[in-house]
Ligand binder design. Sequence first.
Ligand code: 6OD
Length: 469
Amino acid sequence: MLTHFIGGQPVAAGKAFPVHDPATGAVIRQVHEADPEVVDRAVRAAREAARDWAAMPVGERAGWMRRLAEGIEARFDDLVAAEIADTGKPLDQTRTLDIPRGIANFRAFAEIAAQRPEDAFHLSGILSYTIRKPLGVVAVVVPWNLPFLLMTWKLAPALVSGNTVVVKPSEQTPGSAAVFAEICQETGLPPGVVNIIFGYGSAGQLLVEHPGVDAVTFTGSTGTGTAIMKSVADRVKPISFELGGKNAGLVFEDCDLDKAVEGTVRSVFTNGGQVCLCTERMYVHRSIFEDFCVRLAVRAQEVEPQPMISAEHREKVLSYYALARSEGAKVLAGGSVPVFGDHRDSGYFVEPTVVTGLSEWSRFNREEIFGPVCHVAPFDSEAEAVDLANGSEYGLAATLWTTNLDRAHRVAQRLEAGLVWVNTWYLRDLRTPFGGVKLSGIGREGGTRSLDFYSEPTTITIKLEQPDA
Ligand code: 6OD
């Protein structure tokens, strides 16, 4: 039974809830669910640890981040196993992306924080400088799609900036966070600096609303994000949200078509389409539209299906497959549930799917699906392609495929998205600002932007007396 981790100790409190393996549907673990008392205990533990942690020189905190990275390396296989059990992810992805990014997150923010200069401003007779102070206790609310990657993406900058944290992983994916709690103990991290509580959205709600929590960072759906925003508005808590997307991919007639097709296979089907950065709307120049569709459909049928995170989420994705048909789409690949003839048939798989023929105003083309599926539509001009891509309430990521350098810059600069990838997808430099516009989020994390969010400046101004002439 997984227990909470509070004040450096496992805490077995609250009733049990089950976690299912999405690849088989079987119950794989029971987990304690945080009730109001557990949430309060975790926040108090974080508050008690906050003063000493904040007072520690940043170089020492950076040292702790490096030790946590080493701790992750030492427990690499356990983290891989926990993440796969909860999510049904492919082994290769988990070994090359999810867990290594945890290590990279701690190492990167250790370096960025330790080397960051502070600001000083000099006017005649006035010297001002700023110091940055941690916010206090940060609630870190983590989604189920990239549980370890996203937890550490938020933890590392929050901790190195001098905050203590209470983490609430998704109820569907608590496993890697539970291993991380053991890593915190094994490395001897001061008790209360990291606290982890398990439970459903109701536990997350209690956490973010707790008066002892000073700031909230969240990645997940726009619906949950706006609910959190409203519930913390009265206390004016700082928030940083990376929310939903309906990301566009643009394929120009001058692209390298092989690369564009393979890149689109990655951007649509990685993690079963369950990454906020995945592409759900493809726009292709009319002169190569038919060719692109045929190739993408062939490749989609070769992609190994991945399970959706839950039976409920599979129903949601399948309801969009049905919606596409009822809205008049032509299905080019997939569109239903794969049959394996083995234990996976009780898991939550759906087929990688490509459809075409829907209007821009169809619900299918407007709402985030979060599954392995895209719609493909033709365009005739660069201006039309940009308008189509921007015609969404969301604005997280966009991808464009062209060999024309001028066009690449011109189009990238006109796209309404926080992130634009050219001839690639989900290529990361952890120092860059990361986040979305419109309904896709508020604030940016990444590099010094993360350190800015997890701290607040105090400006100190001194009047310099001039000696009498
Ligand atoms: O790679 C990252 O740093 C990041 N924040 C990815 C977010 C993915 C959302 O599903």
